[in-house]
Design a protein around this ligand. Structure first.
Ligand SMILES: [Zn+2]
Length: 84
């Protein structure tokens, strides 16, 4: 595996000051993990199911949908947990 050279967002490829996620996808990741705390208490669902539910909702923002798509496709849930 080559080392990550450029600071690029793994979701959209934009320049990222802070590493794996650009500002907008980091913000989206944070709101996702924070939202899960409530969903977990209210509905007792897994993180995976939570992501799919949020993805289906029309009020979910584009950035959030993009990171959900990335996480589900890559099965890389750590990216959400590590950034928050
Ligand atoms: Zn991004």
């Amino acid at each position: 595996m080559p080392k990550q050279q450029a600071k690029k967002c793994i979701v959209c490829g934009s320049y990222s000051e802070e590493g794996l996620l650009c500002f907008k996808h980091k913000t989206a990741a944070k709101s996702l993990t924070e939202g899960y705390k409530y969903w977990k208490e209210a509905f007792n669902i897994s993180f995976n199911e939570y992501l799919k539910e949020v993805r289906k909702r029309s009020e979910t923002g584009t950035w959030v949908k993009e990171i959900i798509d990335y996480v589900i496709a890559s099965n890389d849930f750590n990216i959400l947990l590590e950034t928050c």
